[in-house]
Design a protein. Structure first.
Lengths: 469, 663
């Protein structure tokens, strides 16, 4: 991270290219130069030249004026430019030492990147993960009233760049921290693939004595209305005092700043691209509600906190796996291609109760014969596979495809990768896939495990008018 | 005494600049596809949020932002599906900026003789009061370096930015503020003038002038709240104070006057405090101490100082612990102001004292809003019964002398402690003169504290919006269709003999463009057209006829009909009503339907009949009455078909005894 900062400083013309770069060089000014520019209309701009995103054009220079406003000035319109000084900005929060109180529980916060820990990036103009967890404390001092916080930056990647290597590193770090005596673990994570990470950690780190809580934010922490601070408070409280010693996701319940929900890692999914309350438990109810000063355990079936329990690590993974999201008219060569490219496991997200087009059958049969492990889930996300009902389903079973009941497709992918990291024996693979480790398959679906209110209906409108969004 | 509120503005060095906010007339909002201008009184959804300050782009916390965070407000948004989507809720990132809004903002800039920037960068301007759910307003500079002719000189326009409008406040009680999101996200321009106005009168005139410039484009909104002014005031030795949300120009003059006096008085207070040896924050800290005196007021006859009275207040006002109410048990707190006697009653704006400055800060920052917010020994008018206790506390408990003063605050304990801190902070500001504040404007001409004036530290780039290049072609295209500036129209219309009031009305209400069109394209007389749209139509509009719903093309068609048949114009009232009632009918059809049902060829015969019928009604053979009665009968039938003057002269002739029987 600090290396990034150094390279930022090195390029005096950061982000500028082509004509704008040439002109800046010729004028002898650069990024962070405090300048006075006069254009061909006689307008005067005084301020600091900012770095420019590389994706923008090469015709303008960006000046942050004294009023705080930025403007882009076309280089051809500049008639006079004078450097008045140099004002480099450091977007930096003081990394304060976290106060220690022996009476409070010890929580370890593991940083992975993502929007809960972010800052502005001048290169792309976007928000990049760069706040160290320690800096987060300066932003959310309330944390010190909850626990003693130890922070550890494991890596800094966008959520969508999480993969095998990160899963293994992260699971090992969690186990290290638990064995070192942490009373709870919090993992800062981007929200896009938070569900995947929650699922894989549920398999890699089992039998935990303490809560393992994954948290992120839907509005970056550089915004006043960010959900980051409250999510962080909820998750740290859960790690410090929560009763559930499982891998869980802690994110907003409603979009209002009211309470968070704790979702079981194997049953949770991001359901909206931008809402704060994007995470939902599917096919079951969430584990608990958490607020600034209370827990409400709404699902009684969980592994309770027990400091004497020994954590088990199984950091196995094989990433030659994929999800085949079935659609009408899917061609069999897609399956052949996967086999040819060495894929060892395929999760089908099938239609309805777990179906694909008959035209795919020969290809699936070839794949199974070639030793590829194929499992079936449903793209409806809610509900079970039930492949005995129709001929199509029965025929698929006969081909050697195994149904995974109500396991979520992404959870199935994570589990299949984890299982294939341990064995290649088809029987064993399928036995492991069907034997639930933590509710990834449940025996029964409660009737309140599937509630999607339909907006517009009078009853719904009456309800949402009163209920806090 | 009478003269204490009269000042010589030049002598005190009054300087005023304006920030005029003008909503743009677009179909949709600025960053989402919700309809603009659709206001609602009800809601079908609620969201609760809080705000936290963040680092600005240059890495510093903004002072105003920090203060707003201290207030620990619960913020509630009332949503309505017809005008609010997930963008306004801050649950969806912005869509690309509304192109129509950007075009209109460029047009506004060109009307103000501004230089259009080459690349528009959207910034986030932090507001933690909850007026915008994101915690920031998206805003971008479109034009710089403009000027307009004003009273024989040039008034400089520093910049024009395009911004999204904020929520409308529904209520603000204790720690809870409630907002409605209907107005949120509507595009507006903020026009910032140079601080080149020197009297309240000039401020009023400048607001009206800028209003006419904006309105000349026909592309801005008008009506309540469509244009709002922030007025920046300072006197020599003072500091910029922003009076926010001034709805009308006439109020601005009074507000500027009041603020000038306030600053002059606060500067005198500063000198007084320096004379008393208060020069640094430490000096102030040493003078201000506070004590819990809940027990002393336990049996007070002022019920708001007792727990029982407080509980009653909480109950009747329905102040809920998790929303409106602050934290901690009810307590009464005494703040001793050592050596500060006389400062609480120090005059500030007309009719207000320094104690009101404390009240404003405490109300906003500490959430203590039960009137009178504070009690103090320098003015116990209306609270006489508390005098003995004040005396006892001051003399016996706190060993006060006549040089000291005492303030009492009450409410939840945490809030009373933060009130002490605010009093301390306000005195620190007082030793420095005028605090940079945003002050809320009231209709009666006084102002109250709203927040610390935000600085440039609250600006940072909007990472959700790419910069927008404005090509010179785009600027030229807009420039080529620009409406005349108001001053050119004012000159032309005046010369034609139209009253100035009417001219202003025509410009403000977008009629001027239609007047010019019918003059140029239908050959109408400028004065007659001006009077038609600026006076006659105004009257019809007051009667509730929706004349504004008629398009420019239809007005032109009507005037083309008038050109063909001038007598038609005399029946304008019926014609316009009919045009409103049948918005899709061609004008020729509207005219025919009204006019062709009557055969005008035998009007003289009918006139004689009318004379005969009305003769009996005209008592005493009064020929003028007779004429009027007959005319009324005639015009109700022939208005628009035959010139009224022609009918009149025929009837006069008949009454005068003409017995001609031809026709």
């Amino acid at each position: 991270m600090s290396e990034n900062k150094k390279t930022e400083i090195k390029d005096k013309l950061k982000g500028y290219k082509g004509l704008a770069r040439e002109r800046l060089a010729a004028w002898g000014v650069g990024v962070w130069s405090d300048v006075r520019i006069v254009n061909d209309a006689g307008s005067v701009f005084e301020g600091v030249i900012l770095p420019r995103s590389e994706t923008y054009d090469d015709l303008h220079i960006v000046v942050k004026q004294k009023t705080g406003y930025n403007v882009g000035i076309h280089v051809d319109r500049v008639v006079e430019i004078v450097e008045l000084g140099y004002k480099e900005a450091f977007y930096h929060m003081p990394e304060k030492d976290f106060p220690v109180n022996p009476a409070l529980p010890n929580v370890t916060l593991l940083g992975t990147g993502g929007t809960i820990a972010s800052r502005l990036d001048y290169r792309t103009g976007a928000v990049i993960p760069a706040f160290s967890p320690g800096e987060l404390y300066s932003a959310v001092p309330e944390l010190a009233d909850i626990c003693n916080l130890k922070t550890r930056m494991i890596f800094g990647v966008f959520s969508e760049n999480m993969a095998m290597e990160q899963y293994i590193t992260l699971s090992k770090a969690i186990v290290e921290e638990i064995e070192a005596g942490a009373d709870g673990i919090v993992i800062g994570h981007g929200t896009d693939t938070m569900g995947h990470t929650a699922a894989i950690l549920s398999f890699m780190v089992q039998n935990s004595p303490v809560p393992i809580v994954i948290v992120g934010s839907q509005r970056s922490s550089d915004r006043p209305s960010s959900d980051a601070a409250l999510n962080l408070i909820h998750s740290v409280r859960t790690a410090a005092y929560g009763e559930i010693a499982e891998v869980q996701i802690c994110m907003f319940g409603p979009t209002s700043d009211r309470f968070g929900l704790l979702h079981r890692g194997t049953r949770c999914r991001k359901m909206h691209s931008s809402y704060r309350n994007t995470f939902r438990t599917l096919g079951d109810i969430p584990l608990a509600m958490v607020s600034r000063d209370s827990f409400e355990y709404i699902n009684k079936d969980f592994l309770p906190r027990d400091k004497t329990r020994k954590v088990k690590l199984c950091a196995a993974y094989d990433d030659h796996t994929t999800i085949l999201y079935y659609y009408p008219g899917m061609k069999p060569d897609l399956v052949d291609a996967l086999v040819e490219k060495g894929y060892r496991g395929i999760v089908i997200a099938g239609t309805g109760l777990g179906h694909v087009n008959r035209a795919l059958f020969p290809a699936l049969e070839r794949a199974v014969k070639a030793g590829v492990h194929i499992v079936m889930t449903v793209q409806t996300l809610w509900g079970y596979t039930q492949m005995f009902v129709y001929d199509t389903g029965r025929d698929l079973l006969n081909l050697g495809i195994v149904q995974l009941d109500n396991m979520l497709p992404e959870t199935a992918l994570m589990k299949l990768s984890w299982v294939l990291g341990q064995t290649d024996d088809h029987e064993e693979v399928m036995r492991m896939m069907r034997e639930p480790i933590n509710h990834e398959i449940t025996e029964r679906e409660p009737h309140n495990g599937y509630i999607i209110l339909q907006g517009g209906l009078p009853d719904t409108e009456e309800y949402i008018k009163k209920y806090w969004k | 005494m009478e003269n204490e509120n009269n000042i010589d503005y030049r002598e005190v060095g009054l300087i005023v600049g304006l920030e005029v906010h003008q909503q743009l007339l677009t179909e949709r909002k600025m960053f989402c596809r919700c309809p603009a201008g659709l206001y609602t009184k009800e809601h079908d959804g609620i969201v609760l949020r809080h705000m936290r300050p963040t680092l600005s782009e240059l890495g510093v916390f903004d002072g105003a932002a920090l203060m707003e965070f201290k207030t620990k407000k619960q913020i509630i948004y009332l949503l309505h599906n017809t005008n609010t989507c997930t963008y306004e809720m801050d649950d969806t990132p912005p869509f690309l900026m509304n192109d129509q809004a950007l075009d209109i903002s460029i047009e506004q800039c060109l009307m103000l003789n501004m230089d259009i920037v080459d690349e528009v960068h959207v910034a986030r301007k932090q507001y933690l009061d909850g007026s915008i759910p994101t915690g920031f307003q998206r805003t971008a500079i479109v034009g710089v370096n403009g000027s307009i002719p004003f009273k024989g000189r040039e008034l400089g326009i520093i910049q024009v930015s395009i911004e999204e409008d904020s929520c409308r406040e529904v209520s603000d009680k204790g720690h809870l503020i409630v907002w409605r999101t209907d107005r949120l996200g509507m595009p507006l321009v903020e026009i910032v003038t140079q601080p080149q106005l020197y009297t309240p009168q000039e401020v009023e005139e400048a607001i009206l002038l800028i209003g006419r410039i904006c309105r000349s484009s026909n592309h801005v909104r008008y009506g309540i709240g469509a244009s709002r002014q922030d007025v920046n005031v300072s006197v020599r030795g003072g500091r910029r104070v922003e009076i926010k949300g001034v709805p009308r120009a006439e109020i601005a003059a009074r507000l500027v006057h009041g603020e000038a006096i306030r600053q002059v008085n606060l500067l005198k207070l500063m000198e007084e405090l320096h004379d008393r040896g208060l020069k640094t924050p430490e000096d102030v800290r040493a003078r201000i101490t506070h004590f819990d005196v809940t027990a002393e007021f336990k049996n007070s006859r002022l019920s708001f100082l007792t727990e029982k009275g407080w509980n009653r207040f909480v109950k009747t006002e329905n102040r809920r612990p998790e929303f409106e109410l602050g934290k901690g048990a009810f307590s009464v707190r005494a703040i001793k102001l050592g050596g500060l006697a006389g400062t609480l009653n120090w005059k500030t704006q007309p009719g207000k004292t320094f104690a009101d400055e404390l009240r404003g800060r405490i109300r906003v920052v500490c959430g203590l809003d039960q009137s009178p917010i504070i009690l103090h020994n320098e003015d116990l008018n209306g609270y006489e019964t508390a005098r003995p206790r004040f005396k006892a506390i001051m003399e016996k408990q706190l060993a006060c002398t006549e040089k000291d003063s005492l303030v009492i605050v009450w409410g939840p304990e945490d809030d009373t402690i933060s009130a002490c801190e605010e009093i301390y902070l306000r005195y620190i500001d007082a030793i420095d003169g005028i605090p940079n504040e945003t002050r809320q404007a009231f209709e009666d001409g006084h102002t109250d504290f709203e927040r610390i004036l935000p600085g440039p530290d609250r600006m940072y780039p909007d990472t959700d919006s790419p910069p927008i290049r404005i090509t010179r072609d785009r600027v030229e295209r807009i420039k080529s269709a620009l409406q005349p500036r108001p001053w050119t129209r004012e000159k032309r219309y005046s010369e034609a003999g139209i009253q100035l009031d009417t001219i202003y009305y025509l410009i403000r209400r977008s009629w001027a463009d239609i007047v010019d069109t019918v003059v140029e394209q239908a050959g109408a007389d400028l004065k007659q057209a001006g009077v038609f749209f600026g006076e006659k139509l105004k009257g019809l509009s007051r009667k509730g006829v929706k004349v504004s719903s008629i398009t420019k093309d239809r007005w032109l068609d009507l005037f083309l009909q008038f050109a063909k048949k001038p007598e038609l114009a005399e029946n304008w009232d019926s014609l316009v009503r009919s045009m409103v009632d049948s918005p899709d009918a061609p004008i020729s059809k509207v005219v025919n339907e009204i006019m062709n049902s009557i055969d005008a060829s035998n009007w003289k015969g009918f006139a004689r009949k009318a004379l005969a019928e009305t003769e009996i009604l005209a008592t005493k053979k009064d020929s003028e009455v007779h004429l009027k009665l007959a005319m009324a009968k005639m015009m109700s039938i022939y208005r628009g078909l035959v010139f009224g003057r022609e009918i009149e002269s025929y009837i006069r002739e008949k009454i005068a005894g003409g017995n001609s029987s031809e026709n």
